[in-house]
Design a protein around this ligand. Structure first.
Ligand SMILES: [Zn+2]
Length: 301
């Protein structure tokens, strides 16, 4: 499932290619992609508009349009966003793994025809991905009700992690998966961040102290930046906008490495299930914190 580094990789590739382009036609081939909005409304709203920006918040990709509207897309489990050149151009651009514009790739859900002849295509085998067109002023309320702080911004600090975690007994792994706390971290980068922070995934979030907020902050930022340097991780369906795989899966410290040696201490990496998700960690060097007791009203010495 694409997480922040995968979506950001796509954004960085697309931005110079499609910013300034006019959308000459839009076609939604799967009504589920826009649900509950009717596909015709989104097609009409996109057609003729110029793309002014390509942004991202958490795992959401945002195409800002010249009328102040925003096309918000989420790849969910298996969504891919591909930029296809007009037929015959693919090989010249080293994009020969893409389907030429004249043929439809499998699982095509939506397609935007740009004024330079290229096609921006959303493919999605499992159909959980979606696109919504939001009017001027609707974007912030939409995102604010769904996601929390952006982890690679100045807004995320050790103190803020402490405030979000305060009083919470959920395991740290679940805490990191909750998009309303810290946005963009999913199953892969949660494991990698916790290993870097030397924190056990089952530690209650509220049991962290300042030193742990700092370690977790550093772990999250380092894990995401490592993902970005590697163009994301391709352990299932993820491909970048050119149809290429990322290489982060070759750099994992713990994720998917059950039974192998911990790169830090040589311990054996374990796999457990937390919040229904496979979770990988080193039981030797990732400390399991205990739940902090509430201070007693009157202490007996
Ligand atoms: Zn270890």
């Amino acid at each position: 499932m694409p997480e922040l580094p995968e979506v950001e990789t796509i954004r960085r590739q697309l931005a110079p290619e499609i910013t300034g382009r006019r959308i000459e036609g839009a076609e939604v081939l799967d009504e589920r992609w826009t649900r509950p909005d009717p596909p015709a409304a989104i097609e009409a709203g996109l057609t003729g508009r110029r793309i002014e920006s390509v942004g991202r918040r958490g795992k959401y990709l945002l195409l800002g349009l010249d009328d102040g509207a925003t096309l918000v897309m989420h790849l969910r489990m298996t969504g891919n966003l591909l930029l296809a050149d007009a037929e015959g151009e693919e090989r010249r651009l080293g994009m020969d793994r893409l389907y030429p514009a004249a043929t439809s790739p499998p699982h095509l859900r939506a397609e935007l025809a740009l004024d330079d002849g290229r096609l921006l295509r959303f493919t999605d085998p499992r159909r959980f991905g979606h696109g919504h067109l939001l009017g001027p002023g609707e974007l912030d309320p939409y995102l604010d009700s769904r996601i929390g702080v952006e982890p690679l911004s100045e807004d995320l600090t050790p103190e803020l992690i402490g405030r979000i975690a305060e009083g919470r007994i959920v395991p740290l792994k679940s805490f990191l998966l909750d998009q309303k706390g810290i946005a963009g971290v999913g199953n892969i980068y949660a494991d990698e961040a916790l290993h870097r922070a030397e924190l056990h995934p089952l530690s209650p979030a509220g049991s962290m102290r300042r030193m742990h907020w700092e370690a977790l902050h550093e772990g999250i930022v380092e894990a995401l930046e490592e993902g970005l340097r590697n163009g994301g991780a391709s352990i299932d369906d993820y491909r970048d906008s050119r149809g290429e795989q990322g290489s982060m899966q070759d750099e994992f410290l713990v994720h998917t490495r059950e039974g192998q040696e911990c790169p830090r201490c040589g311990g054996r990496i374990n796999r457990i299930v937390v919040s229904g998700r496979s979770t990988y960690f080193c039981p030797e060097c990732q400390v399991r914190l205990r739940r902090r007791r509430r201070p007693r009203a009157r202490s007996k010495r």
